[in-house]
Structures are given as structure tokens and as C-alpha cells.
Design a binder for this molecule. Sequence first.
Ligand code: HEC
Length: 117
Amino acid sequence: MTEQQKRILSAILLPAIATVLFFLWSIFLDPHTSGYDAEYVGSKTCGECHTQIYPEWQRSPHANMTRDPSPISVVGNFDGGNWMLPPEARRPFGDEQPAAKMYNRDGKYYMALRHPG
Ligand code: HEC
């Protein structure tokens, strides 16, 4: 092998080997095992950077809607409460019964819907 052939070969081979090694490294040595490798950090973490929108979000219904039901997060009356359809949504006759009855059993919240008809 001549000197020139060696130089050409190394000019092609070395970058090719480096590229292959880089891809192998990125596939096998990446500390993230998947694109979904994450831990739950909680909403307070978001507020550390998103300082303007975080207090607004906290006052909005969105802050409560995905919480587990508990006496703190549930605002409806689940202690034997009834939910009536708004008057404009009721049928002319026979719709005076509650559309749903709410109750609490063993710390769980239930909403029994009246069967239509
Ligand atoms: C370390 C700071 C930091 C933290 C912590 C953080 N963010 Fe962000 N977030 C940013 C930055 C910076 C951007 C803007 C990125 C861009 O525009 O490229 C952004 C953008 C966003 C956007 C897109 C907003 C838009 O108008 O397009 C959403 C949604 C978002 N973040 C939600 C969250 C949530 C939810 C959390 C908590 C789980 C969170 N962020 C935590 C810094 C942060």
C-alpha cells in the first residue's frame, strides 16, 4: 500500500469509524432508556420557571380537574346532594326529578344518573 493510498484510506476510514462509534454511543450509552423516561415532578416545579402563568393556572378550574377526589378537591355536594338540569334543558313534563344524585361511600364519590325516559 502506497503512502497516498494510506492517506486516502485514513481520510475516509477514520471519519467513518468515528461516525459509527458516535451512533453506537448514542444508542447504547444514552442515559435515557426511552424517549418517555421521566419522573413526575409536580406542578410546583413548573411554577419555578413559568412564574406569570402559574398563579393564574392555580386560580383556574384546570388546577383542580385532574386531582384525585378528596374533601379538598371536590367542591360539589356529595353528601346526598342532587343535581337538577337547568330549567331551559328540562323537558316540559316529568323532569322535576334530579338528573343525578351524588353520594359518598367508603370515601369514594359517586354520581348516579337518572335513567332517561
Ligand atoms: C427550567 C425551566 C422550566 C421548567 C421547570 C418548566 N418549563 Fe415549560 N418552558 C420553559 C421554557 C424556557 C419554555 C419556552 C421554550 C420555547 O419556547 O422553546 C417553556 C415552554 C413551555 C410550554 C409551551 C408554551 C407555549 O406557549 O408554547 C408549555 C406548555 C410548558 N412549558 C409547560 C410546562 C410544564 C407543564 C412544566 C412543569 C411540568 C414546565 N413547563 C416546566 C421553561 C421551563
